[in-house]
Design a protein around this ligand. Structure first.
Ligand SMILES: Cc1ncc(C[n+]2csc(CCOP(=O)(O)OP(=O)(O)O)c2C)c(N)n1
Ligand SMILES: [Mg+2]
Length: 320
């Protein structure tokens, strides 16, 4: 599949209120191309509440419920229950997809309780966390998704804690589908939504969303920064189904040794939120600490990959 094979229909309309280079709008545009018009959406307080345009205008071609910050999991559960009832009553010719759309603040922090409850009940929706690694709509405050050493308005010399791994928390819920995605690998992202659409129950997709004003890079560089996150190993692309994790796209190529992993500083130095790691002098300690963390993850991934290949080689040997 190639970009030109994507559906022409636009369900996120141009002339919306997003910033230039807004990653959420790019993710939403691609997601709605995959899910199509028969989608019901709930959005909680976030940049997406703004980009959809002020009432009574709407930039979305699907019905939309605007909800309070902490309620993504709960409002998605409610919509899913309503859909189930209407399907039983024969109201729909075809079952609509329920799409829950929330930021990282609304997912990792304030919304985790409702999301965890919904996932434990296996509520029938696709939950998207577009992760711009901060409370961006209110001017860039730290969240549980903000990475170590990143500047935000309340971590002015760099965040001291490491981010939590929300996608793995969702894997631990045992839901039928968890995936991570990147705007720089749009076909991978699109196909993950297509696969999620065919599954029932709670599906969680997290998209890394490099935010030009919040991460402080020029608005034309959203895709470049998204790609560097994967190429340096700072963001992993995978999907998890039926107990098995498969690494995809750029991450798969790194693990298989088909592409060379770039040093993390290639990613850090193009973003103003990490400027204090390079100016007025290099903070060797923190840069090396970030690099070490990524190296450790890849050592394990590469080892597991080589072991699997080795086992497959053994299995292919003729029986003695
Ligand atoms: C209970 C509550 N607290 C605070 C706010 C103010 N508020 C609106 S959007 C937002 C930030 C949301 O951050 P995130 O979920 O990461 O989405 P983003 O803005 O980054 O898109 C905040 C703090 C609110 N609407 N409700
Ligand atoms: Mg955010």
């Amino acid at each position: 599949m190639r970009i030109k094979d994507l559906p022409d229909e636009e369900l996120l309309l141009p002339g919306n209120a997003a910033c230039q280079g807004c990653p959420s709008s790019i993710a939403l545009r691609l997601a709605l191309k995959a899910l199509g018009r028969n989608t019901l959406m709930t959005v909680v307080a976030s940049c997406t509440s703004v980009l959809q345009s002020p009432f009574p205008a709407s930039a979305l071609g699907v019905p939309l419920l605007n909800m309070a910050f902490a309620t993504a999991g709960a409002s998605g559960s409610g919509l899913a229950a309503a859909v189930e009832r209407l399907v039983r009553k024969g109201v729909y010719a075809e079952r609509p997809t329920v799409l829950v759309w929330a930021g990282d603040g609304g997912t990792y922090d304030i919304g985790i309780q409702a999301l965890s409850g919904a996932a434990e009940r296996n509520a029938d929706f696709i939950y998207v966390c577009y992760n711009n690694e901060a409370y961006s709509n209110t001017g860039t405050q730290r969240s549980g998704a903000t990475p170590y050493a990143a500047w935000t308005t309340n971590t002015v010399s760099g965040k001291r804690e490491w981010r939590k791994d929300m996608a793995q928390i969702m894997v631990a819920h045992g839901i039928p589908y968890v995936a991570t995605a990147s705007l720089a690998y749009p076909i991978d992202l699109y196909e993950k939504f297509l696969r999620a659409k065919e599954i029932r129950g709670t599906r969680y997709i997290e998209v890394l969303a490099p935010c030009p004003p919040g991460w402080k890079f020029p608005s034309g560089h959203t895709i470049k920064v998204a790609r560097l996150a994967v190429q340096t190993g700072m963001w992993l692309l995978y999907e998890h189904r039926e107990g098995t994790t498969s690494y995809t796209a750029g991450t798969q190529r790194l693990i298989q040794g088909k592409a060379r992993r770039l040093p993390v500083e290639e990613y850090l130095k193009v973003q103003g939120r990490f400027r204090h790691l390079f100016h007025p002098e290099r903070d060797e300690g923190r840069i090396a600490e970030i690099q070490r963390r990524v190296d450790r993850v890849f050592e394990t991934l590469e080892f597991t990959y080589r072991m699997r290949e080795h086992i497959m080689d053994i299995e292919m040997l003729p029986p003695r």
